[in-house]
Design a protein around this ligand. Structure first.
Ligand SMILES: *[C@@H]1O[C@H](CO)[C@@H](O)[C@H](O)[C@H]1NC(C)=O
Ligand SMILES: *[C@@H]1O[C@H](CO)[C@@H](O)[C@H](O)[C@H]1NC(C)=O
Length: 184
């Protein structure tokens, strides 16, 4: 006999996730409006969880904060990798990525401390675009070494940045549109 129990646990879980996402989508216009505009709506729903009681401003603050935490975590990871390698090419790649990740952390903390509090929302799309660029540039760097090619050890982290960047862009649009009276 096959094992129906493991199948049903797996499919029940999938059903729960779909059901929970649908609840989120039908009960929260802001969360739905935001996630539907993202590169990966599924990633967006996962990182925000299912509390629907958040307005565009709260979602934006949370997006910036989650991205900041994530990028900081990746920075620590890169430091560890840097300590562990004697390969000069890898050192160069990791330092390159580190510069990008650290720049994004500065920008995100500035956004958290100043821009959002001052109601400056129009730069959010640039910030989001930069966060995406961090992911793309770091990932590409592994293939850009002359005469040698490396398998990226940061693919997952870089993909997170691409997705977080797209969330920040969408959140910025949502926020600007929800607070402005003319939508030209
Ligand atoms: C970064 O984001 C990813 C995707 O949501 C998540 O799996 C991971 O746990 C996050 N890391 C931290 C430190 O928040
Ligand atoms: C907000 O406005 C921008 C253009 O200013 C548009 O591209 C975007 O789709 C709008 N977003 C929403 C959620 O309506």
């Amino acid at each position: 006999m096959a094992t129906p129990s493991s199948f049903s646990i797996g499919s029940t879980l999938v059903l729960c996730i779909i059901f929970a996402s649908l609840i989120a989508l039908t009960t929260s216009n802001s969360l739905a409006d935001l996630c539907i505009k993202c590169q990966s709506p599924r990633f967006c729903l996962q990182v925000f969880g299912l509390n629907p009681h958040r307005n565009p401003y709260q979602l934006t603050v949370e997006a910036i904060h989650l991205t900041f935490t994530n990028a900081s975590d990746t920075t620590n990871k890169i430091h560890t990798f840097l300590d562990q390698t004697n390969d000069d090419n890898l050192k160069e790649i990791y330092n390159y990525c580190l510069n990008y990740y650290e720049a994004s952390i500065d920008i995100l903390s500035d956004a958290e401390e100043h821009l959002l509090r001052q109601g400056i929302y129009d730069t959010l799309s640039n910030i989001g675009a930069f966060v995406q660029e961090v992911g793309f540039s770091c990932e590409d760097r592994f293939q850009e070494i002359v005469d040698d090619s490396y398998v990226s050890t940061l693919t997952q982290n870089n993909n997170n940045m691409k997705n977080f960047g797209s969330i920040i862009i969408a959140a910025g649009n949502l926020l600007s549109n929800s607070t402005s009276t003319n939508n030209n």
